[in-house]
Design a protein around this ligand. Sequence first.
Ligand code: KG4
Ligand code: ZN
Length: 350
Amino acid sequence: MIILGIETSCDETGVGIIELDAAGNMTILADVVASSMEQHARFGGVVPEIASRAHLESLQPVMQEALAKANVTVPDAVAATVGPGLAGALLVGASAAKAYAAAWDVPFYGVNHLGGHVAVANLEGETLPHSVALLVSGGHTQLLEVQAVGKPMKELGATLDDAAGEAYDKVARLLGLGYPGGPVIDKLAKTGDKAAINFPRGLSKAEDLRGKHRHDFSFSGLKTAVARYVEQAERDGRVISIPDVCASFQEAVCDVLSAKAIRACQDTGAKVLLLGGGVAANSRLRELCQRRCTSAGIELRVPRFSLCTDNGVMIAAVTAQLIHEGAGPSSLSVGTDSSLEVEIPQLING
Ligand code: KG4
Ligand code: ZN
């Protein structure tokens, strides 16, 4: 069975095609992604209107390229992200997927973007067992308890304000380093001293860990602390070390992300920690997660980078899993939901 997935929840237009066999094995036939990132660079973050327009322009060429690469004329099912994500951006992909499904007379599946991030784990190596997923990108920061791919997930925690990638992008903007901020801060941090400045670790005090925000994140205080540090240095006429600021900021982010991820594994008894989202590329995050997982007896899984960032294959993968378990298609009248909950893997009725 050939499944085509369309992803347009943020700034990546992705089309992925997967072959699902009777045993549930998945093979990637095509993975084509066009990004509008460069168009957002001068604004320092994703501009929803620009993203929607870019999806509209890219979708047909990306679709044609994916079908040609997979050597497929008509797939057996078409899926699209119906949430969570940017409202206008979601509409472009979901509407296109429904139109293709109707024109080709094949079933349509409206699926959850976050379920897609988790589903890519089953494309490489062993099937994902009971685990905790740390999903960190420019748009989301979540700790999810996963029983199995395609099953409803439980949100253990999320950010109360900025997403982790958003914090990187805002701090990079503040330091005049351009967009996206993650890769450049990661690089500069390697030459800086991570102990130079003791930036705050959000929601990590003993009382936070005892309360309802045990598994939640907050990065806006950290961003403000970096801004204050830079302003104070300017007032004092001091020259700051950009690598030291980058390394100290990165340490604060990655210390909190990895500590909370391990704690979530321990609280739930999960033996696997899965990383996903663009920030999973971060060298310090991987290093800290690996070190802390090893000492806690937890297996760390990080899919290859092209599967960590937004793509169409992840949408095809979660759909393949749903179909394999007997799920029926969605109605063509289902809408999109920009704040779709993780407990809902698929929207079935409109
Ligand atoms: O998953 P993604 O490509 O798109 C969405 O946001 O959905 O993630 C992009 C985010 C950006 O905020 C970018 O700054 C961040 O991931 N990022 C990184 C790194 N590479 C990308 N953050 C930290 N370290 C990196 N090496
Ligand atoms: Zn994503």
